[in-house]
Design a protein around this ligand. Sequence first.
Ligand SMILES: [Zn+2]
Ligand SMILES: [Zn+2]
Length: 138
Amino acid sequence: MTTKEYTKILREHGIRPSVQRIAVYDYLWKHRTHPTAEEIFTALAPSIATLSRTTIYNTLRLFTEKGAAQMITIEEKEMRFDVLTEIHGHFKCSHCGSIRDFTLGGDSIQKYLPENARGEAFQVYVHGTCADCAAKGK
Ligand SMILES: [Zn+2]
Ligand SMILES: [Zn+2]
C-alpha cells in the first residue's frame, strides 16, 4: 500500500495522519508478526529522528481506540499489535514464539456462547507447535 492509501484509511478511522502515525501503520501492515511497541520503536527510530517511545505508545493506543488496529495480550504484560481488526484467532508457537493468524468466523464462535448471549469482542489464543518447529522434531 502507498502512503496515500494509508492516509485514507487513517482518516476513515478518524485519525489525523502524521509522518509518525503513517510510519507505524505502514510497519504494522508490513510486519504481520504482531510486534510489541518496543519492536516497532527499535525498527523505526533510526529513520525517524524525532520519534520517541511515548509517540509510539500514544500512536498505538490511538489506533486501538479508533479501531485501526487491535491490541492482543497473549502473554500477560506483553502487548502486541495487529492491523487485522476483523475476527481471527492467534496461534502462538511455544518453541519459537512466533504468532500467526488463523481464520475464525465470528458466527462459528457465537454458537458456543451461552444461550441468547451476544459476543462482541473475541480473543482466541491457541498455544502449540508451529509447522517449522514440528519439522525440526520439536
Ligand atoms: Zn515454532
Ligand atoms: Zn492477528
